[in-house]
Design a protein around this ligand. Structure first.
Ligand code: MEV
Length: 440
């Protein structure tokens, strides 16, 4: 066993899983336990974070296994309430790892600061004036974020975008280093705005970042050997490394499943109604990592869907094709994440998440989150191309019901298996199965 491969992980107790994850990640088990047991923040901290606080709200925190990105193994923290998301991503990541893992890159990492100038009688003239003052605007922008400049980041260039009705948008492109950068970019917009308006004589409009951070986009790709798509463990409905919704693929061959996944991709490419659901399956994985690491999931969602519609038509963020024998998936989306500042200042569980995944930079985190997104997408399309997703979901539901009925340790799998076999997943049925099993 090495890296992010932890066979049988799902069968362990929570305490055993924590011990194993602490060992693999090098995180002090006491730090891990305290960050997870506290539920993140207490009420007093919450009261300082937002307004009208009544309390806090906890969600399950798990890890995706088997994830390998650019040759490196990662244990990926995920916070999500939907059953099977973590298991499905882990299973798909295992298929991908058999063919070399995920390859991911971010060619540039620039946030966009927008300044809107309105009421211009001569847009061409205003564009010329602004172009001549580019260096001055950049100096003003740098002056707004001296600490960022000191850390090697800061404004890099200016772009001008004429819109209709005497309107120009000035974009300042900013390298935010390891911060998501919303505050930095907004400070720049507010500093540069009056100067740009003064240069052009325009009425000053809005000054704010753009969440369509397409200059901070990740491209991730993977290959899958068709035979790995056939994984099926009928004897353990919740079996696999991480209690996967391991969809029995019946008589379908790996080739047929790979073709089914390509057909599903083509459906999403042809139909925005399907593309929205396809992309939701991608965001299942990405959002879970984004939330675990204390990042702004609304910003990520806004950026992802705007990017999906950038061509004028809403499209899937990923596409799947055959390349010879192999199934190949590619995903591109903007992913502005941070590993410093923001929620991380106050949230020990978010800090723990970053220690577990052991990222070296914000970009590194984005590559990993995108890879988990592609894994989630693969798992969803594989299930849809075979028996549908309900069977896997029902297996996991059966497991929760078994736990609710009082099953412990190995009993959980046995009771869940019986419930699934009988097709009656109720608390009563689970209690009966448990009593029968215990001979009481
Ligand atoms: C459910 O959370 C996600 C899926 O609907 C994604 C998809 O349809 O591709 C299964």
């Amino acid at each position: 066993m090495s890296g992010s491969r932890l066979p049988g992980f799902y069968k362990l107790s929570v305490a055993e899983r924590r011990a194993l994850v602490a060992e693999r990640s090098g995180v002090d088990p006491k730090v891990l336990a305290s960050a997870l047991d506290s539920g993140g923040i207490d009420c007093a901290t919450a009261d300082k974070l937002v307004e009208n606080v009544l309390g806090t709200y906890a969600l399950p925190f798990g890890v995706a296994l088997n994830v390998q990105v650019n040759g490196k193994d990662r244990l990926v923290p995920m916070v999500v309430e939907e059953p099977s998301v973590i298991a499905a991503a882990s299973n798909a990541a295992r298929m991908v790892r058999n063919a070399g893992g995920f390859t991911a890159e971010m060619t540039e990492a620039l946030m966009i600061s927008q300044i809107e100038l309105r009421g211009l009688a001569d847009v061409e003239l205003a564009l010329r004036l602004l172009t001549n003052e580019t260096e001055h605007l950049l100096t003003v922008a740098r002056g707004a974020v001296p600490n960022l400049v000191e850390r090697g980041g800061g404004p890099r260039s200016i772009e001008l975008r004429p819109l209709v009705n005497g309107r120009i948008v000035v974009h300042v492109l900013v390298d935010c280093r390891d911060a998501m950068g919303a505050n930095l970019v907004n400070s720049i917009a507010e500093a540069v705005g009056p100067v740009a308006a003064g240069i052009t004589g325009a009425e000053l409009g809005l000054r704010i970042l753009s969440n369509l951070s397409d200059r901070r986009a990740v491209q991730v790709s993977c290959r899958v050997h068709p035979e790995d798509l056939v994984l099926s463990r009928p004897k353990a409905p919740l079996g696999g490394d991480s209690a996967p919704p391991s969809v029995p693929t019946g008589v379908l061959t790996g080739d047929a499943i790979a073709d089914g996944i390509v057909a599903a991709s083509e459906f999403a490419e042809a139909d925005p109604y399907r593309a929205a659901t396809h992309n939701k399956g991608i965001m299942n994985g990405i959002d879970a990592v984004v939330i675990a690491t204390g990042n702004d999931f609304r910003a990520v969602e806004a950026g992802a869907h705007a990017f999906a519609a950038l061509s004028g038509r809403y499209r899937p963020l990923s596409v799947w094709r055959r390349d010879g024998e192999a199934l190949v998936g590619e995903l591109t989306l903007p992913l502005a994440l941070g590993i410093v500042g923001g929620t991380l200042r106050v949230h020990p569980t978010a800090r723990l998440a970053l220690s577990l995944v052991r990222v070296e930079s914000a970009d590194d985190l984005a590559l990993i989150a995108a890879s988990v997104g592609l894994a989630s997408n693969l798992a969803a399309l594989r299930a849809l191309a075979t028996e549908g997703i309900q069977r896997g979901h029902m297996s996991l539901h059966a497991r929760s019901v078994a736990v609710a009925a009082g099953a412990q340790g190995a009993e959980v799998e046995i009771v869940a298996g019986r419930l699934s076999e009988d097709g009656s997943i109720t608390l009563e049925a689970a209690r009966r199965a448990l009593s029968a099993m215990r001979g009481s």
